[in-house]
Design a protein around this ligand. Structure first.
Ligand code: PBG
Ligand code: ZN
Length: 324
């Protein structure tokens, strides 16, 4: 007890602190979520996400050069179409679609980069929901999972290392796993957005992707943050359905969920540090209310302590600036 015991001894100088501080997660644990658009020579700033851009495939290859040089673990691709959107989101499984065409270009330029793809329909449906609607205007679960399996298959056939379904439909992981197996795609990783919450932190992303639902919200399929048990069951179900990697999303308001999923499963657990979490730190820093680099470091360390194995974060593209 005090005065013999003095805890400040262990943190008196930077050199002493360095002996005992946990390391920041290395760049290889980071996945960069990135938006790809049609055409060429496009690198358009996203106003709600300063420092992030929509890239055409050729420009993404270019933008990745310094990011790959930093040792980043991989990318998670989100496609955006300027073509016709329809009721079922058929653009999402078009083999000539933007994601399907970008994958081989990335693989050719960076053979060791892990290429993951978001599997959903909301950027391709006219109504902006993550599946087709039934007669009552509700998302039709069983029709959605058939379509999601086609999307995942088209990405895997294009050479994606990992497909990541984010629609929060029941049975989507099983449907995708079975479809991949039917096509002998037994090496494709499946990362489930397993505990994905109906969150108001996706605003900047929906802006970037132009994927906000035109009517209603996603509360009928994404998990409720007021019901911890069903959120945890979502991850357990996806494990049973054949997921290789689980995920908690968003990240910073859900550290308890992350810790619980990490404790109750032996699968790797990814955390998705979403657009609103990225932009809120930037907005705070822009007002002079906090130091960006310090805030980002502190927030990433919180995810690390809570047990994240993989960090899906827009900060991935700025790893050197934040952790260098
Ligand atoms: C689409 C999808 C969303 C995000 C990832 N995939 C938006 C949503 O569910 O509305 C959010 C990512 C972010 O905010 O960074 N299913
Ligand atoms: Zn969606």
């Amino acid at each position: 007890m005090f005065p013999e015991v003095r805890l400040r001894r262990l943190r008196r100088t930077p050199a002493i602190r360095q002996l005992f501080d946990a390391p920041f997660p290395p760049p290889g644990k980071f996945i960069w979520p990135v938006f790809v658009v049609e055409g060429e020579n496009r690198c358009e700033p996203i106003p709600s996400m300063p420092g992030q851009f929509r890239y055409s495939a050729d420009q993404l290859v270019k933008a990745l050069e310094p990011v790959v040089a930093q040792g980043i673990g991989g990318v998670l691709l989100f496609g955006q179409t300027e073509g016709e959107k329809d009721a079922i989101g058929s653009g999402a499984f078009d083999e000539r679609g933007v994601v399907q065409r970008t994958i081989p270009l990335l693989k050719r330029a960076y053979p060791d980069l892990v290429v993951m793809t978001d599997v959903c329909l909301c950027a391709y449906t006219a109504h902006g929901h993550c599946g087709p609607l039934d007669r009552n205007g509700q998302v039709d679960n069983d029709a959605a999972i058939e379509l999601l399996a086609r999307v995942a298959l088209s990405h895997a056939e294009a050479g994606a290392d990992c497909v990541a379904p984010s629609a929060m439909m029941d049975g989507q992981v099983q449907a995708i796993r079975e479809t991949l197996a039917d096509h002998d795609l037994n090496d494709t990783l499946l990362m489930a957005y397993s505990s994905k919450f109906a969150s108001s932190m996706y605003g900047p992303f929906r802006d970037a992707e132009n994927s906000a639902p035109s009517a209603g919200d996603r509360k009928g399929y994404q998990a409720s943050y007021r019901n911890l048990r069903t959120a945890l069951r979502e991850s357990a179900f996806d494990e049973d359905e054949g997921a290789d990697i689980l995920m908690v999303k968003p990240a910073l308001f859900y550290l308890d969920v992350l810790q619980k999923v990490r404790e109750t499963s032996d699968l790797p657990v990814a955390v998705y540090n979403v657009s609103g979490e990225y932009s809120m730190l930037i907005a705070t820093a822009e007002r002079g209310w906090g130091d960006l680099r310090e805030m980002v470091r502190e927030s990433i360390m919180a995810l690390d302590r809570a047990g994240a194995d993989l960090f899906i974060s827009y900060w991935a593209s700025r790893y050197g600036e934040i952790f260098g």
